[in-house]
Design a protein around this ligand. Structure first.
Ligand SMILES: [Fe+2]
Length: 186
């Protein structure tokens, strides 16, 4: 697993040096993530997690550095959809176990702050093992997730900034608002 993470991060850094977190750069990182979540060593190193990234109970990042580049393992339970949220960072999601009901949302106003905020659902899809999704740079890194078929989904998320310490926005489409939440808070 350590070797697979090392190789993955090395390739990601090469891609970022060449393309940055542009659309084409993120597409290349997504392709690399697709290989990472299918790697036998990665699959063999599965760890059960309790809760999910929105309850504050999660493992330490598998990788993080001074640039903010951070790789985490995430679990999304079937009980409920996460809040509609962002992380203040681009990211690449890769599912490796279970199936993930994944919603892409778009912020319609020009803002990137809490307070008044309008969002709309762009797409909902089911992601299975080996499927990947790109979180575009903020403010459009808005999404929601839930384990599908009554079971938890497990995945890796690579963030451009350390999203484990950045505030997030939780969106309420019915009221046209967003509120700021620190990781681990509800
Ligand atoms: Fe998220």
């Amino acid at each position: 697993m350590d070797d697979a993470v090392h190789d993955f991060i090395g390739d990601v850094k090469r891609i970022l040096a060449e393309d940055g977190p542009s659309e084409s750069g993120l597409d290349r990182i997504a392709a690399r993530m697709r290989a990472f979540v299918r790697h036998p060593d990665v699959l063999a190193a599965h760890e059960e997690l309790k809760g999910n990234v929105h309850t504050g109970r999660q493992s330490a990042p598998l990788y993080t550095d001074e640039t903010g580049l951070t790789l985490v393992r995430g679990r999304f339970g079937p009980e409920a959809m996460t809040p509609i949220h962002n992380h203040g960072s681009w990211g690449v999601v890769g599912v490796y176990r279970g199936r993930d009901r994944y919603q892409v949302w778009r912020r319609l106003d020009a803002g990137d702050q809490p307070g008044a905020a309008r969002v709309e659902l762009v797409e909902e899809r089911i992601m299975g093992p080996g499927d990947v999704a790109v979180l575009p740079p903020p403010p459009q890194d808005v999404h929601a997730q839930q384990g599908a078929d009554g079971e938890a989904a497990y995945e890796f998320v690579l963030f451009g900034k350390n999203a484990m310490v950045l505030p997030r926005l939780y969106f309420d489409p019915a009221h046209g608002t967003a509120r700021e939440v620190m990781p681990g808070q509800r």
